[in-house]
Design a protein around this ligand. Sequence first.
Ligand code: BGC
Length: 769
Amino acid sequence: MKLLALTLAAAAAIPAVADGLPQFGKDPIKDIVKAMTLEEKVNFIIGANREMELPPPGAPGMPKRSGDQSNISGTSQPSDATAEGAESVADEAVTAFTKGRVKGAAGETLGIERLGIPVTILADGPAGVRIDPVDVNGFMTYGTAFPTGTTLAASWDRDLVKKLTTAIGEEAREYGVDVLLAPGINVHRSPLCGRNYEYYSEDPYLIGEIATAYINGVQSNNVGVSLKHFAVNNQETYRNGIDARVTDRALREIYLRGFEKAVKQAHPWTIMTSYNKINGTQASEAEWLIEGILRNEWGFDGYVMTDWWAEENGARQMLAGNDLIEPGTQRQFDEVLNAVKSGFLPEEVLDRNIERILGVVARTNAAKGYAYTSHPDLKAHAQLLRESAPEGMVLLENREETLPLGKGKKIALFGNSSYDVYVGGSGSGNVNRAYKISPDQGLTEAGYKLDKDLNKVYSKYIKEERAKRAADNFWTVNVIPELAIDDAAIEKAAKNCDVAVLTIGRMAGEGGDRTLEKGDWSLTDLERHHLNKIADAFHKQGKKLIVILNMGGVIDMADWKDTPDAILHAWLPGQEAGRSIADVLSGRVNPSGKLPMTFAKRYEDYGSAPYFPYNKDNNAIADYTDDIFVGYRHFDRAGIEPLYPFGYGKSYTTFKYSDLKVTPTADGYSVAVKVTNTGRRSGKETVQLYVKAPGKTLPKPEKELKGFAKTQLLKPGESQTLVMNVPASDLASWSTATRSWQTEKGTYRFTAAESSATGAGISADVEVK
Ligand code: BGC
């Protein structure tokens, strides 16, 4: 069904289809490349989406645009609407490609009809397929907004992630998308990174495992992924130029580790390099990274693309092994062509890069002529995500078994997000979904009665405020100021209702980092007042307050976490948010999520805090002096007690661990542990395996996550033995002296624990000789 594109660039010089020309899919790729003209080659390594709308100038954290892009249309009109450069060969080609595009897809690879090369489509993103909704025979091509990255990671459930991403891949496949620009797996070095919601965790092992499951799910549809952003892209502040200054060891053990695992275990079809520099070199121009580590050491065999408009020098990107430049500009075309003509860029390098791209194109559904339907089963996917999102929700507090709520309770529902929930973040991780369900609707459907007065005032306020604003878009998800509820109304609700639920929401996303201001990192005075007042009023009546956190990451909560009776972290859980939240509050689902990052008592407690480029004058440098001590590794070393440790999460039931057994295997260790449900409700438990190395020859973290496993739903009294495999190579550290992985000999302590606060876990010592 996908149209083959016409290269007008080629058509100007060469007959449309010449007899005897090699044909893609039939003849060897080398012969196809040989038959390409130099202009075709240069066109090919530059994305074919050159008329794409540029981000608005001055969008936070965006690259400074060079004036020489003026021949790129500033709107999504076809490029022939642009006066300057309209006659250029490349622009003419682009005009032709617009016909075969999936509307709203971020990028394409070029089709060349005379050689039988199909266009392939690249579309975001991590939480679902981001394309424009268009009417195809009465069916609107919405993407399902799936749970965001932190929600997936918080499930600690490889099978679940694979199931969800199989559905994302199915949507991509049925909408004619060949490569999904996901997953994003940069390390949560700081809680302030604006894109943390898309990413997974502060721990590279968890990142690598969730990414592996994600990639396996998507690629099971014969849709490729683009694992991003490679690498060390841990802030949005000045993201296009910032230089991440990182040690070799931290690079290997923390920032590249998740990528390494995912590449070796799941074989992503493509990789996206990041905007930033690493130790002075633009990531997309870092040959040591792309050719050296990614391909030669890890054996990556797909193609590498830039992030969008990540431009320094196209020729240097080609030399570094960054095969494809996205979405492509006229300037880059000229630059690469001139570099070949001047001899700076050998044509063989272009050939090599094109062969790699074509190698992946050959695998795509486009190349195989898959007849996509434009009609995926959105209903089934919505049901799947409703059932799945609760698996990642984290019960932070639950005093006196406040939760689950009994049936038929009357709820006083407070907070804007209770009526207008955030289901995802902003930027390319956003999804053009058909609808979203907020907690008011979810709780009503679950049989709860909502306080009518509150319902009315919030619903009216949100509706009016929304009407005043433009619709949400790529860069902006509207944040409506919190509605002030007066004390009398709170008192009244406390008398009339059985329980209060207050949702606290935060929005963040691409192009900017979060701030330490009230309203972002901490509560506003109004939020604080509501929290205290609602708690007082309800407690006075012997009733409880439940707080729901609706955000992609961490918030400052040390001095209020004991005010409510229960706290549920619901993250940005996708378009069925309200139903998923209601399922947890009602007890239909027992929450089994655990934190994929540390919650600190104070922002200053994070290892990155003194170095994060936030609010620094000289923000061109991101100083990674915290080295390998990211997240819990830092809290352990500094002896700082976190508010909630990495890996923490409660359940409506309790579990006991026993019978820990570590058995050497051919290539490492097999660790078995028995988990028994000792409580009164069915539930699932994630066991985490931490390993403490001898640490005599090299400073080592106090402990590191080396395995995890989740039980099935265990009935009260029921047990399951979980098995975790630790490859011996996972015990090694990167030695900067020898530039290799070294495993220290001695006694290693293996601890199976409920969280990184391993004190209550069970341990066994293992001698490594
Ligand atoms: C983002 C990428 C995304 C690309 C295409 C960039 O701004 O950093 O993550 O895939 O745009 O939309």
